[in-house]
Design a protein around this ligand. Sequence first.
Ligand code: MCA
Ligand code: AMP
Length: 496
Amino acid sequence: MSSNHLFDGLLSTRSDDQRTLLDVPGGRCWSYAELVKLSGQLANLLQLSAVKPGDRIAVQVHKSVEAIALYLATVRAGAVFLPLNTAYTRAEVEYFLDDAEPAVFVCDSARASEFDGIEAQLFSLDGDGDGSLMQAAQALDTEFENALRGPEDLAAILYTSGTTGLSKGAMLSHDNLLSNALTLVDYWQFSSDDVLLHALPIFHTHGLFVATNIILAVGGSMIFLARFDVEQMLAQLPRATSLMGVPTFYTRLLADARFNRDLVAHMRLFISGSAPMLPETHVQFEERTGQRILERYGMTETNMNTSNPYDGERRIGSVGFPLPGVDLKITNPQTADEVSAGETGMIEVRGPNVFLGYWRKPEKTELELRANGFFITGDLGKIDADGYVHIVGREKDLIISGGYNIYPKQIETEIDLLDGVLESAVFGVAHADLGEAVAAAVVPLAGAELDPEQMVHALEASLAKFKLPRKIFVVDELPRNAMGKVQKNSLRARYG
Ligand code: MCA
Ligand code: AMP
C-alpha cells in the first residue's frame, strides 16, 4: 500500500540510487540518493518545527538544489508546498502569507529582514544553499518516515489570478501532480537516459512540476541552470537530450547564430508552452535545426491539458490533442452548451489533472469549476477537423510576458492610487522578445501633470518588476463602449 502518494510515485525506488539527478554547472552533481537524504533532513526539520500534515510551507527562494529538496521534504512531511516568484515585493508576498497562513516561510537571507515579525516561522535559504534552513537541518537524521498521504490530499498551492484578476491559491493534490507527470512521461517518451536542460524558474508549474516531476518519475537527470542565459544554454545543450521552455527561450536562442543544426543534432525533444508560440518562430526553428518544437498547453489549475504528438504531425499553431485521461470540450461562454464542430468557444477541461479548487475561496471555485468536474479555462479555442486543439484567444484579461502571467487589474489598482491619476487601463502589446509586454493608458486628474518615468518608479514599491509597464501613455480619456466598459482592443490597436 502506498504511504505517501506523490513521493512514492516519484522516488520510492530511488533512495539508494547513485545516478545523477541534478548536474549543476559550476557546482557539482547530486545523486538521487543524496537528494532523498537531504529531503529527509529537511522533513525532519519541518517536523521539529511543529509542521503538521496539511500545513503550508511558503517559499520565495532562488533556484537551488536545496530548494528542490525542500519541495520533496514538504511532500514527505505531508505539508503543502507554496512557491512564490522571487520578483514579488514585500507587499505582494504579504497578501499570500495572509491568505495561506503558512506554518513556515523560507526566503532569501538578503530579504529576511523584510519579514521580521511575521506569524510563520522564518528560515532563510540562498541560491548557494547557505542560510538558516540548511544550518538547522544539517545535523538532523537523513532518514524520515513519510507522512501518510493519499491521492486526494493536498500537495501544493500555486497562486494564480485565474480568470478574474484576484490572486487565488490553486489547490493541487498528490494525484493531480503524479498522474500528470506519469502521463507526460509516456506521451513524450521520457526515459532514464534523458538529460533535461532545466533553465526555467521553479516557482511555477512549468519548471517545478512538468519538468522536475517528469524527470524524477522516470529516473532521468537535469542540467540545472539557475536561470535562462544564452551563453550557458549554448554551452550545455551539447550534453542535453531535451529542453522545456517558454517561447522567449526559443526566440533568444534563434537570435544567436551559434544556435545551429550541429549544436542540437543529438537532441531528442524541444518542448514549448506557457504562452503562444508564433508560427514564424516554429518555422525559423525548423529551418535552423531541422527539428520541430513540440507545443503543449497547460495551466496552473490543471497542469498539462493538451499536447502535440511525439510521433506524428506536430501542427504549427495548434496545442495538439487532449492528453490521455483529459476530457476537453469547447462551449458557448453564455450558455455553457457545446459549440458545433470547428467553432470557437470556451475551452473546458476535466480529468485527474484538474485541481481541487481555490484555497478558502469556495465562491470562486464554484464560478470556474463546474459540478460535473469541467474547469472553465478562460482560454478561447477550437478543435480542427483532425482533432487538434487551437487556442485562438483569451476571455480572461491576462497578459503573458515571457511566460509570466500578469493581471491588468492589479496594476490598474496601483496606478489609480498614484497622485494625479484619475483612471487607467492596462493592456498587453506585442513584444518581440517577451511575446507581450505591459502598457498602460492613464488619464490624469484635471490640471495634473503626469510623468511616466516617475510613475513607474513609484510603482516599484508595490509591484514585481516584471509587472511594471514598459510604456505609459497619458491620454485625455479611455475608449469605452456603450456599456461603459473600457475597450482594451482599441487601446491595443492604437498603441500596440
Ligand atoms: C524578467 N523581466 C521581465 C520578465 N522576466 N519582464 C517582463 N516579463 C518577464 N517574463 C524583467 C526583470 O524584472 C528585469 O527588469 C529585466 O526584465 C531583465 O531581467 P532578467 O532577470 O535578466 O530577465 P531574464 O532572465 O532575461 O528573464 C526572462 C525570461 C524569464 C527568461 C523569459 O522571465 C523566464 O524564465 N520566464 C519563464 C517563466 C515561466 O516559467 N513561466 C511558466 C508559468 P529590470 O531590467 O528593470 O531590472 S506558466 C505555467 O507554469 C503554465 C502551467 C504552463 O503552461 O507552463
Ligand atoms: P498560468 O495560469 O500561469 O498557469 O497560465 C496558463 C495560461 O497560459 C493558459 O490559460 C493559457 O492562456 C496560457 N498558455 C499556456 N500554454 C500555452 C500555449 N502553448 N499556447 C498559448 N497559451 C498558452
